[in-house]
Design a protein around this ligand. Structure first.
Ligand code: GPP
Ligand code: MG
Length: 285
């Protein structure tokens, strides 16, 4: 039976409740084994050229070498996102919208020394990430909250920077950017890395629709980002097409024993031109 809105904690809709449920039960080895490499647990994909030697040589160690390599590419992606957050001072506060198990939040704190608030609908992800914050002895600076990113309740203009690392496809962009715009200080920075469908191709391809069904998400058109930003005082200052940079990650992942079955669909989506992997950075004016 469909759960009511209220049975789903902070979820504002039945849909959001289904997202929380997905992430509360998620335990894909492709995320957990990669995270165990160095303790940074990511829920996003990778960029950069892999060292293809990992799929060759000693079969007994190939799995582990491939896992480390996939993790390295995911970490590079997070570093690239953080490179676009601008200057953040230690006394400032920033927000990871859709923080997953907290990998990027810890990286951001280490880079800037600032306070980081991570928000997720999933109780399990929030508890996992807060346990990591305690283990790392940074719980006074990095905190995770079971909150709806569309309605966080945080103070107006209290954030110097906000990012969504592959989490915008779970929300309406106008609602999202209205809330980000409220939270960001004037002159603050917003960054997203996202998969979007390509308006030049047309409407979503079969591969894009398959990705939507796989993760229960709703991939937006590229145009939708700029429309919703413009309507909410967010002015783009950098747009980087990372499509070519992410395809090798998927080709390597397709050859890993940790593949989940969605790999060929991503390769098809990207190489057909129907889907793009973009970084968009914007100033709050
Ligand atoms: C990766 O999470 C990101 C998403 C599920 C959001 C959808 C992103 C798009 C670009 C469409 P994950 O690391 O948990 O996924 P997986 O288990 O496949 O590695
Ligand atoms: Mg993953």
């Amino acid at each position: 039976m469909t759960k009511s809105i209220h049975e789903n904690g902070t979820a504002a809709s039945v849909y959001q409740g289904s997202i929380a449920e997905y992430w509360n039960q998620e335990a894909n080895p492709v995320n957990l084994e990669l995270g165990e490499v160095d303790g940074y647990f990511h829920h996003h994909y990778g960029i950069g050229e892999p060292d293809w030697s990992v799929v060759e040589g000693d079969a007994a160690t190939s799995h582990e070498r491939t896992t480390r390599e996939l993790h390295r590419l995911e970490t590079l992606q997070a570093e690239f996102l953080l490179d676009h957050l601008g200057n953040v001072e230690p006394e400032q506060r920033i927000m990871d919208a859709g923080c997953g198990r907290g990998g990027s939040s810890f990286m951001a704190h280490e880079r800037f020394g600032c306070s980081v608030e991570g928000v997720s609908l999933s109780r399990k992800q929030v508890d996992f990430a807060n346990a990591q914050a305690r283990e790392r002895a940074v719980a006074d600076k990095v905190a995770f909250h079971q909150l709806n990113m569309l309605d966080t309740g945080f103070d107006t203009a209290g954030m110097q920077a906000i990012w969504n690392n592959e989490s915008t496809m779970y929300v309406d962009l106008h609602d999202l950017f209205a809330e980000h715009s409220r939270l960001l200080a004037r002159g603050g920075r917003y960054v997203t890395i996202t998969g979007c469908y390509n308006d030049v191709y047309g409407l979503p391809s079969r591969a894009v629709s398959t990705i939507n069904a796989h993760y229960i998400c709703d991939i937006h058109p590229r145009s939708g980002y700029f429309r919703a930003m413009a309507a909410n005082r967010l002015v783009p200052c950098a747009v980087v097409d990372l499509t070519e940079a992410t395809v090798p990650y998927w080709r390597l992942r397709a050859r890993s024993p940790l593949a989940t079955g969605i790999e060929e669909t991503f390769i098809e989506a990207y190489t057909s031109g129907s889907f793009q992997y973009l970084l968009i950075a914007a100033d709050r004016v």
